[in-house]
Design a binder for this molecule. Structure first.
Ligand SMILES: *[C@@H]1O[C@H](CO)[C@@H](O)[C@H](O)[C@H]1NC(C)=O
Ligand SMILES: *[C@@H]1O[C@H](CO)[C@@H](O)[C@H](O)[C@H]1NC(C)=O
Length: 668
C-alpha cells in the first residue's frame, strides 16, 4: 500500500499545475457538468481498485502480477484525476508557484494562432503592469514579473528568459520565445505562465539572446563568434559595431563585410537595428537580408542600401554578383545625414518586403520579381564600392521570426494564492517551506508566530530541519560555528553538515550548517551574522547586509572556484547595518568570498576595501575558513582573515587573527 501512495503523491503533485491547453478564451471548462460527472466516476473506480489492490497484496505471492497491473491502472486513473482536478480547480496553479518559487499570483498565457508556430517564435504579451504595481501586486522594478513554462513530462515549471518593454506602464510588453512548436495538437499539455507578487525577487532570467531569433547590442568588447568576418576592418568599441569597408580588389558594386553565421535557414523575419554612417561623401551603407552567398563576386542577397546626403534608398537585389541596381527605390522623408543615428526596421515575407526608417514606412509590402527571388538567408552588413568607403556604426540588432497570421496572446484569469491554505507549511518533510520568511508570511495571516525548528528546502526536492526566528520577520538559521574548525571551507554553508546543531541557535555549539546556496540564491535577499546569546532566536548583537548581486547557486560561497576566479570578480559597495543602529559601507563580490590571496578565502564576506583587507572593530565581517599557514584553492592564510567576533562579548571584533569564529549565520 505504501508504495502506491508514494507514487500517487508524486503524480498528484506533478499534476497539481494542471493542463489547460483546451482552455482557450471563451471555452472555459469549469462549468461543464460532464467533467464533474467524470470526476465522480473516476473517484468511485479508484476506490474500487484500491480495495482490490489491498486484498491482493494481503494474499500470497501468486497475485504479484495482478497487483502490479492494478498498480498501473491506479497510476493511470490518478493521472486522469489530476487532469480533471485541474480543469475544475485553477487555484492549485498559484499554490504550486507559491510553494516552489514564492510568487503569490499566476496567470496562464493563452496563445491562439490560426497557423502553427515554430519554437523560435517570439511571443509578445501585453500587460497592464502599472495597475499591478499601483495595487501593490507587483514590484515597480519588474523583477518579479516573470514567465514560466511547464510541460507535462517536466512536471515542474521552469523560468524562461523574458524581456520587458515599457515596464511599469499600462502597456508593458513581455517578450519570450516559444519553447516548443505550437500547434493545436501539442498545445494540450504545455503551458506558459506569467507570475508576479514576490517582494524579495532578485533579477529575472532576461538574456535577450534567448528571447529573439538573434540579438546583439555589442556590449562585449569583441565581435562575438556568431558573426563571420568577410571583408574590411571590423571591430566592436564602446558597445557599437564599427565597420570600415572600402572597395574590394574586384571592384564589385556591393560587398558584404560581416554576416551572422547561423542564419542561413531564415525565411520570414523582422529585423530592427540602429545605424550611423560616419563618412560624408556620399557613402552607401546598409544591411543585406536573405544573404544566401556572402562571397565576394558571388554575392546573393537583398541589400537595403542608403546614400548619405540623399533622400533615396533602394532594395538592391544581387544574384551571384549580378546587380539589380536601384530597382526597388524608396524615399526617406529627409536626406540621410552622415553622423546621425537612424532606427530601421525590415520585414521579409515570402517574395515581399517592407521597410521603415525612424518609424516612417519606406517600402510597403513590395513584391520582388521572380528573377530576383531569394527564399531564405542570413543578415549581413556592408557597403558600395568607393575609394574612401563606408565607416558605418551599427547597434541593437534584433531579429524575430515573422509569421504572417495574427497571433492572439492573452492572459487567463488571475489566481492569487490564499495564504490561509498554507497552515502547517514547514512542519513536515512532505510540506517544506522555501524559507523561514515564507513561514513567517503565511503565519502572519494565521496570527501564529512560534520560533522553532521547521523543514526548509535546500534544493528543489530536498529539505532539512533548521531553526526559524519568525518574530523578527522570518530568519533562517543556516550555520553556526564556535571555535577553530580545520578546513571549514570544505563544507561551510555548501553542504548539510551536522544539521542537528541547528535545532537551536545558541552558542557555543558543535559546528553545523546547511547547504544554504539555494536558499540564498532564490529565496533570500539578506545575510546576517549574530551572537549566540539567545536560546530562542537571533542574538543581541548582529550585522546584516544584502546578499551579493549576480550570485549563483553553484558558485556562491564556493571556495573551490578558486582564488584566481574570485579575485577577478568585481568588488562593489554594500551597506552593512549593525545591531546598535550604526551602518558602514563595505565591499563584496558575487561569490561572497574575501578575495585577498593571504586571507584564506573567508566567507560570507563583506570587506573593508575592494582589495579585501580586514580591520578590527568595524562592521565589515567575514568568517575565517582556512587554518593559519595552510594553502587551499589558491589562497594562503596569514592568520588575519578571521574578521568576526570570537565570543558573544567580542562584538564587532577586537582581533582578526583569533582563528576562532563565534557566530551564527542567518538568511532572510
Ligand atoms: C481545489 O484545490 C484545493 C486546494 O488544493 C483543494 O482543497 C480542493 O479540494 C480542490 N477542489 C477540487 C474540486 O479539486
Ligand atoms: C524597467 O525600466 C527601467 C527604465 O527603463 C530599466 O532601467 C529597468 O531595467 C527595467 N526593468 C526591467 C526588469 O526590465
Amino acid at each position: 500500500m505504501l508504495t502506491v501512495f508514494v507514487v500517487l503523491f508524486q503524480l498528484s503533485s506533478c499534476y497539481a499545475l494542471g493542463i489547460s491547453g483546451a482552455d482557450l478564451p471563451g471555452k472555459r471548462l469549469q462549468n461543464h457538468g460532464e467533467i464533474h460527472k467524470a470526476k465522480n466516476l473516476i473517484d468511485a473506480l479508484s476506490f474500487k481498485l484500491h480495495t482490490k489492490f489491498e486484498k491482493f497484496t494481503l494474499q500470497s505471492n501468486e497475485n504479484l502480477v495482478q497487483s502490479a497491473s492494478i498498480r498501473d491502472e491506479l497510476k493511470m486513473l490518478n493521472k486522469l484525476k489530476g487532469l480533471l482536478n485541474d480543469l475544475l480547480n485553477k487555484s492549485s496553479v498559484c499554490e504550486k508557484f507559491y510553494t516552489n518559487f514564492d510568487f503569490t499570483a499566476a496567470r496562464e498565457i493563452l496563445i491562439d494562432s490560426s497557423a502553427s508556430l515554430q519554437k523560435d517564435y517570439t511571443v509578445a504579451l501585453q500587460v497592464n503592469h502599472r495597475e499591478l504595481i499601483d495595487n501593490n501586486l507587483a514590484l515597480a522594478n519588474g523583477n518579479d514579473l516573470r514567465v514560466y513554462f511547464r510541460k507535462d513530462k517536466d512536471c515542474r515549471p521552469r523560468e524562461i528568459d523574458r524581456v520587458l518593454e515599457n515596464n511599469a506602464t499600462t502597456k508593458t510588453r513581455v517578450l519570450f520565445k516559444l519553447q516548443e512548436d505550437l500547434s493545436k495538437t501539442v498545445r494540450d499539455g504545455s503551458a506558459y505562465y506569467l507570475v508576479y507578487g514576490n517582494k524579495d525577487a532578485g533579477k529575472a532570467k532576461q538574456n535577450p539572446e534567448n528571447v529573439y531569433l538573434f540579438y546583439d547590442d555589442f556590449s562585449d568588447s569583441i565581435l562575438e563568434k556568431k558573426w563571420q568576418k568577410n571583408w574590411g576592418d571590423i571591430r566592436v568599441e564602446n558597445g557599437v559595431l564599427k565597420l570600415r569597408t572600402r572597395q574590394t580588389p574586384t571592384r564589385d558594386n556591393g560587398e558584404i563585410s560581416v554576416f551572422i553565421k547561423h542564419g542561413h535557414e531564415w525565411e520570414d523575419i523582422e529585423v530592427e537595428l540602429d545605424f550611423n554612417e560616419r563618412n560624408t561623401g556620399p557613402q552607401y551603407p546598409g544591411p543585406f537580408l536573405r544573404v544566401q552567398d556572402a562571397r565576394i563576386q558571388s554575392t546573393t542577397a537583398w541589400w537595403f542600401e542608403y546614400q548619405t546626403g540623399s533622400k533615396y534608398c533602394t532594395m538592391r537585389p544581387f544574384k551571384n554578383n549580378k546587380d539589380g541596381s536601384w530597382l526597388y527605390r524608396g524615399t526617406l522623408t529627409k536626406p540621410l545625414s552622415a553622423g546621425s543615428w537612424y532606427h530601421a526596421k525590415y520585414r521579409v515575407v515570402g517574395d515581399r518586403f517592407s521597410h521603415w526608417v525612424n518609424n516612417q514606412l519606406i517600402h510597403n509590402n513590395v513584391k520582388v520579381s521572380r528573377q530576383w527571388m531569394i527564399t531564405k538567408g542570413t543578415l549581413g552588413l556592408g557597403c558600395h564600392k568607393s575609394n574612401i568607403g563606408c565607416h558605418t556604426f551599427y547597434d541593437n540588432i534584433k531579429i524575430t521570426k515573422y509569421v504572417p497570421v495574427s497571433v492572439s496572446v492573452s492572459l487567463g484569469t488571475e489566481c492569487k494564492v490564499d495564504l490561509k491554505k498554507f497552515h502547517g507549511l514547514g512542519t513536515s518533510e512532505k510540506n517544506p517551506a522555501t524559507s523561514c520568511k515564507q513561514i513567517h508570511d503565511v503565519s502572519l495571516k494565521d496570527g501564529k508566530l512560534d520560533n522553532g525548528v521547521y523543514w526548509i528546502k535546500t534544493s528543489a526536492d530536498r529539505s532539512v530541519r533548521t531553526y526559524c526566528d519568525l518574530t523578527n520577520g522570518g530568519w533562517t538559521l543556516v550555520g553556526k560555528v564556535s571555535g577553530f574548525v580545520n578546513k571549514l571551507y570544505k563544507f561551510w554553508l555548501i553542504k548539510n553538515y551536522k544539521v542537528v546543531a541547528l535545532n537551536n541557535p545558541a552558542l557555543p555549539s558543535k559546528v553545523g550548517c546547511i547547504n544554504a546556496r539555494y536558499l540564498a540564491t532564490y529565496h533570500a535577499s539578506t545575510v546576517m551574522f549574530s551572537s549566540g546569546d539567545n536560546q530562542n532566536g537571533i542574538g543581541s548583537k548582529w550585522v546584516q547586509w544584502p546578499l551579493p548581486q549576480g550570485r549563483k547557486s553553484d558558485s556562491l560561497w564556493t571556495h573551490s572556484v578558486g582564488r584566481t576566479t574570485v579575485s577577478k570578480a568585481r568588488m562593489y559597495p554594500v551597506t552593512v547595518k549593525a545591531w546598535n543602529g550604526k551602518e558602514q559601507v563595505c565591499y563584496q563580490n558575487k561569490y561572497g568570498i574575501l578575495p585577498l590571496s593571504y586571507h584564506g578565502g573567508s566567507y560570507p564576506s563583506a570587506t573593508h576595501n575592494t582589495a579585501g583587507n580586514t580591520r578590527v572593530k568595524d562592521y565589515c565581517m567575514s568568517v575565517g575558513v582556512q587554518k593559519t599557514g595552510t594553502t587551499a584553492d589558491g589562497w594562503t592564510q596569514n592568520g588575519n582573515g578571521y574578521d568576526s567576533a570570537r565570543s558573544d562579548s567580542d562584538w564587532p571584533n577586537s582581533q582578526y587573527n583569533h582563528v576562532s569564529p563565534y557566530v551564527t549565520v542567518w538568511l532572510k
